[in-house]
Ligand binder design. Structure first.
Ligand code: AMP
Ligand code: GLY
Length: 426
């Protein structure tokens, strides 16, 4: 089969690397891709946010059998609906189902209606009313722009001053554009043992009937060591999550995952694809922090290398709604991804810096913001690449990843040195 993956990031490179292992793949394509995807796929220079352009490309290329739509923004504008509309087979939810990520107000309302455990919240489109609510509740408090904001539209406010300033930023100054037309104001969740709370990312395959969680992972969202600095798209991940176990998985399936699939069906928004559950372990059990309508980035980079089952078989089973017919198996051990970013990320940073790579044997370099310019590998984004290593346990994988990081450089490279050392018990 010829398969085209839509997206430019590390997640897409990781998906392509996993698909490449399938015996049934003849040729891979990536729209638009990066320097890493170009090594294993044909990069297609079409803007995937331009639905008409994608449809005209797809019509002109009948040799492509299957489309994988991964980023949140094309899912939110209905790229899957459009491709299916011209008879193409796809992996990824339709627009109505992608709302579970594209609108936090929708997601919160869904959880409230179907009694899925999450932080208490109220949604406002009026600034004065929102401000009065914030003042009534006090700090700490969490503000979330309703719409998509590159993972940056969430403000965890420790003081009332911060919350008031944040509310103004989102609703009046429109720091996240129209994503801030509505704001969700949410109770601050505390972890059971650690501050900030224990979070786990659980990605799950679902065909709208069955839901199968993948192995778990933990993200590091803040820019700097010790969870300091601004929220980013994710500075590194490790798998599996240390506090996860079979008992917890059973509980989460029963109280959160299956109810979510059923709720989406009841709302007439059947979700087919990868549903991402961002969960927090609190003293009142596991709660949903966020849903994403897609694979996480950089979670995918540590989850898919551990997958034993053919990823294309799983994708097609989801499309055909036959997920319960296949057995999904995972490798033992652990995996770590250290993200190397451009200095200044997630604020302003420079592109076009030449990247030099020395000995990186035994790890996989998963590209994100990279490009080839005048025959040289250069930086082309905030998150530039992930260094992915597997090991017997997280500690071994972590050592391997960081010893390769030492051999990669460019001017002003930035990364966290503490990926993989959170939530250690004892
Ligand atoms: P999100 O983009 O919704 O995942 O939020 C980004 C990060 O903000 C999360 O990973 C948490 O660390 C933090 N966060 C979001 N909501 C809450 C909450 N209600 N309580 C505490 N922290 C939160
Ligand atoms: N790493 C978090 C996300 O993909 O949204």
């Amino acid at each position: 089969m010829n398969v085209l993956v839509i997206g430019n990031g590390g997640r897409e490179h990781a998906i392509l690397l996993a698909l490449k292992k399938s015996k049934r793949i003849e040729k891979l394509y990536c729209m638009k891709g990066n320097a890493g995807t170009a090594e294993i796929a044909e990069n297609v220079d079409v803007d995937y946010m331009d639905i008409a352009a994608v449809i005209s490309y797809a019509t002109a290329h009948p040799e492509i059998d299957y489309y994988v739509v991964t980023p949140d923004d094309p899912l939110a504008i209905g790229l899957v609906d459009a491709l299916e509309g011209i008879g193409k087979r796809c992996f990824g939810p339709r627009k109505a189902a992608a709302q579970i990520e594209a609108s936090k107000a929708f997601a919160k309302q869904l959880m409230k209606k179907y009694k899925i455990p999450t932080a208490e919240s109220e949604t406002f489109s009026d600034y004065e009313q929102a401000l009065a609510y914030v003042r009534k509740k006090g700090a700490p408090i969490v503000l979330k722009a309703d719409g998509l904001a590159l993972g940056k539209g969430v403000l965890v406010c420790e003081t009332l001053e911060q919350a008031e300033a944040g509310l103004k930023e989102i609703m009046l100054d429109k720091a996240f554009g129209s994503a801030g037309n509505k704001v969700v104001i949410e109770e601050f969740l505390r972890g059971l043992k650690y501050i900030p709370g224990e979070e786990v990312s659980v990605l799950a395959f679902t065909d709208g009937k069955a839901i199968v969680p993948m192995i778990t992972s933990c993200d590091h969202k803040r820019a700097h060591d010790g969870d300091k600095g601004l929220n980013t798209g994710g500075m590194g991940t490790f798998s599996p999550c240390p506090f996860w176990n079979k008992k917890l998985e059973k509980q989460v399936l029963k109280k959160i995952m299956i109810p979510t699939v059923k709720a989406m069906n009841k709302e007439g928004r059947k979700f087919k694809g990868c549903l991402y559950f961002g969960l927090m372990r609190t003293d009142k059990g596991m709660k949903v922090v966020e849903y994403n309508s897609r694979f996480g980035d950089p979670e995918t980079q540590v989850v898919l290398p551990m997958l034993k089952t053919d990823l294309l078989d799983i994708f097609e089973a989801v499309t055909e709604e036959k997920l319960s017919d296949i057995k999904i198996e995972w490798e033992d051990g652990a995996c770590v991804c250290v993200v190397l970013a451009s200095g200044g990320y997630p604020e302003s940073y420079k592109k076009g810096k030449e990247i030099t790579i020395g000995d990186t044997d035994g790890v996989t370099l998963v590209h994100a913001g990279t490009a080839i310019k005048d025959g040289k590998l250069v930086t082309n984004g905030g998150r530039v690449m992930g260094v992915v290593a597997r090991g017997k346990d997280v500690e071994k994988a972590r050592e391997k990843a960081y010893s390769a990081v030492k051999n990669i450089e460019w001017e002003n490279m930035q990364y966290r040195t503490d990926i993989g050392i959170k939530y250690r018990e004892g």
